[in-house]
Design a protein around this ligand. Sequence first.
Ligand SMILES: [Zn+2]
Length: 296
Amino acid sequence: MSRIHATLAAAALAATALAGGTNAQQPAPPPYATTKVEGTDNVYIFRYGGHQSMFVVTPAGVIATDPISERRPAAKAYIEEIQKITKAPIKYVIYSHSHFDHIAGGQPFKDLGAVFIAHRNAKARIAALKPADVVMPDQVVDTKKVISLGGTTLELIYVGKNHSDSMLVMRLPKEKIIFTVDWIPIKGIQFREMADTYVPEIEEGLKKVIAMDWDKLIPGHPGPGGVQTGTKEDAKNQLAYLQDLSAAVKKAVDDNKSYADAEKEIKLPKYESWPNYGPFLQMNIERYYDYWNRGI
Ligand SMILES: [Zn+2]
């Protein structure tokens, strides 16, 4: 599932790179790249394929996040990219949520002595499934934890269940940046059938995130055109999408429409320019149909 997501994101990246320019023959993006977040001195995005991860450099060390290394050597590149910027030690690796396409492959960070942190429910999932290549968290977060390192403060906040039961919102209060993965895409509808997603709690979580003080969102995948950061407007649009989807599906259920008819008839033209609307809308409808029809 997640690899398909990554492939789609990478394809979108490449497609938009081609379509966006006046020259049709632009090269495909390199396999990985590191970008400093505009307006900051020390906040970076490491992208590998269609996944991305935030890291923060301080004089006392580096706070890294998701290793994004499932079945690929991204962590090695990630560490090399960090070490081009600083020789300070990598102190932490923080998992955004439990899904392996984001958190696998952290062993090279562990070998350098990093402390791994995740939500308590992520640790429980890792302990239950024992994926071969996921480092077990050393520390857990329940509702909130604050990391202070070399003059930087990073809050790890749990706003409840959404795209999993283990999602952290990582907030840099001074820089007004959040990093949170997979549930607030930039100009995108939800992934496939919204597996592991809690409806309607995801809508409540979005309201909490929108109410927080921040200007820039770093998601776990670039958006259309390879855009790596979003705004509060993107979060508001995502909430509007889910509310519009929910209302449309509820009406279909109230009108005794079948799954098939609901999926065929519901259109949400406001969002049809989002690149994954075509492939995923029907599957998103199915998720909300289950909710309104069966309470699941
Ligand atoms: Zn995920």
